[in-house]
Design a protein around this ligand. Structure first.
Ligand SMILES: *Cc1c(COP(=O)(O)O)cnc(C)c1O
Ligand SMILES: [Zn+2]
Length: 437
């Protein structure tokens, strides 16, 4: 690869191993070929995707617990420098794990938690992956942070670049939710609305990456580093459960990267002795309007056939998911499943989560909760086992999904008579309106 800005961009050359913490190299996920750490992402022998290889030092629960209340508490497990917390970034992570007894009751379950990633700086899980990508991009000498995005990634990249004081270029489908366009544009940076699907934009990004070697496309040419950021979701769930793995976890699938990395995180924690080894089941969730991985799972296939996406869950609308086959591996190995749900079920689940737990999820959260609901109803997920469901984004960014489904209980004049006339204290009627029955 001709990329060189890393060399000479710093006064003194630091050995690669230090600049990327415990990461020691890159290895091909298909053929196992090893490479030095650098700005590469595809295997030169088989074009397979590259992944970070580690040699972990001593990592203890105490050292982690003594770290900052964000993803950098796990810096000893990530491809970032030891002093990563000293450089401006968005400091995402350490979001709340909510014990969801009301939702559990509504679904007939016993022990359920919602990992609520709306608490991140730009209100989605994407801040995690971007923070790691930004830290790595700095070490690799890139000068521009870029991304093709289904929306949340654009928010996260624009915000992180603004805080780091570097340029950003993000590209989104022109028909994206208004909220996600505004919440990206506000950070400054370059925002390109592209008349095409996410898959069209992703292809364009790969072409641009070939021409602009100083641009870090976080999910393309910096993808091996970026993807590791998703491990922090798994680390946090385990730490917040009191250093224990859940028995079941339900994870949304766009490219599928997040799902595979949560599994990787659980595996690492057990291997490092930070949690007790325990069988766990990983379940993947998709929208029926974009369900290539779910279809492959159902058909028993190892390859994922690309589809044209058509769903309200736009943050998950990737018709050609890069990590699809790896998702199938994880789900089959852990005795889980991939399932998909209709747009109507997504909206119902958004309302159910809001009405039971006070959490307003974006469509992706509606997808995971609806999938959980469906799997429990069909007896494919154990209602008695400890279960975590991920809510990866904020409902305020996908208001259009629910705008026709919810409204004021009544609109009345400011008088007691009007209040009585509206009959809103008829409890049954009230609950019906809340969608709870
Ligand atoms: C991007 C995204 C995901 C899934 O990410 P992948 O790692 O690409 O599968 C899930 N939820 C939300 C809200 C997202 O924006
Ligand atoms: Zn290879």
């Amino acid at each position: 690869m001709a990329h060189t800005p890393a060399e000479g961009s710093e006064g003194t050359e630091t050995p690669g191993a230090c600049r990327f913490g415990p990461a020691v190299g890159l290895s091909c996920r298909e053929c196992g070929q090893s490479y030095d750490l650098g700005p590469r992402y595809a295997c030169e022998l088989c074009f397979g995707p590259l992944e970070i290889a580690y040699e972990f030092g001593a990592v203890t629960r105490e050292a982690i617990a003594g770290g900052p209340p964000n993803i950098w508490r796990y810096r000893g497990l990530l491809p970032v420098p030891a002093n990563v917390a000293d450089t401006p970034n968005t400091e995402p992570g350490w979001t709340r794990l909510v014990r969801a007894d009301n939702l559990a009751k509504a679904l007939g379950m016993r022990a359920l938690w919602v990992k609520d990633d709306t608490g991140n700086p730009t209100h989605s899980f994407k801040d995690r992956v971007v923070a790691v990508a930004l830290a790595a991009a700095r070490e690799l000498g890139f000068t521009v942070l870029a991304a093709p995005s289904t929306g949340n990634l654009a928010n996260a990249v624009a915000a992180a670049a603004a805080r780091a004081g570097i340029q950003s270029v993000v590209m989104v489908p022109a028909d994206l939710e208004r909220q996600k366009i505004i919440t990206t544009a506000v950070y400054g940076g370059t925002l390109l609305a592209i008349e095409g699907s996410y898959d069209d934009i992703n292809r364009l990004a790969s072409e641009i990456a070939g021409e602009h070697e100083d641009w870090a496309f976080v999910n393309v040419n910096v993808r091996p580093y970026y993807a590791e950021g998703s491990k922090t979701l798994g680390y946090e769930v385990a730490e917040q459960l009191g250093w224990r793995l859940p028995e079941q976890i339900v994870i949304p699938i766009a490219s599928g990267s997040q799902l595979t990395k949560v599994d990787k995180a659980f595996h690492e924690l057990a291997k490092l002795g930070l949690v007790e080894e325990r069988p766990y089941r990983v379940f993947g969730a998709q929208a029926s309007g974009c369900a290539p991985v779910s279809s492959a799972f159902r058909a028993g296939h190892d390859v994922v056939q690309p589809v044209r996406a058509e769903t309200i869950a736009k943050s998950l609308a990737i018709g050609n998911p890069a990590d699809g086959p790896y998702v199938l591996d994880v789900v089959r190995r852990t005795n889980g499943a991939v399932e998909d749900v209709s747009d109507e079920e997504i909206v119902d689940a958004i309302r159910l989560l809001a009405a039971t737990e006070g959490i307003f999820a974006e469509t992706a959260g509606g997808v995971t909760v609806a999938t959980l609901r469906k799997l429990v109803a069909e007896g494919r997920l154990d209602p008695d086992a400890e279960t975590v469901v991920l809510n990866t984004g904020d409902g305020l960014k996908t208001l259009d999904a629910v705008v026709d489904a919810v409204r004021p209980t009544a609109t009345i004049r400011p008088s007691l008579d009007a209040l009585r006339g509206a009959g809103i204290f008829d409890r049954q009627g009230h609950q019906e309106r809340a969608g709870l029955e």
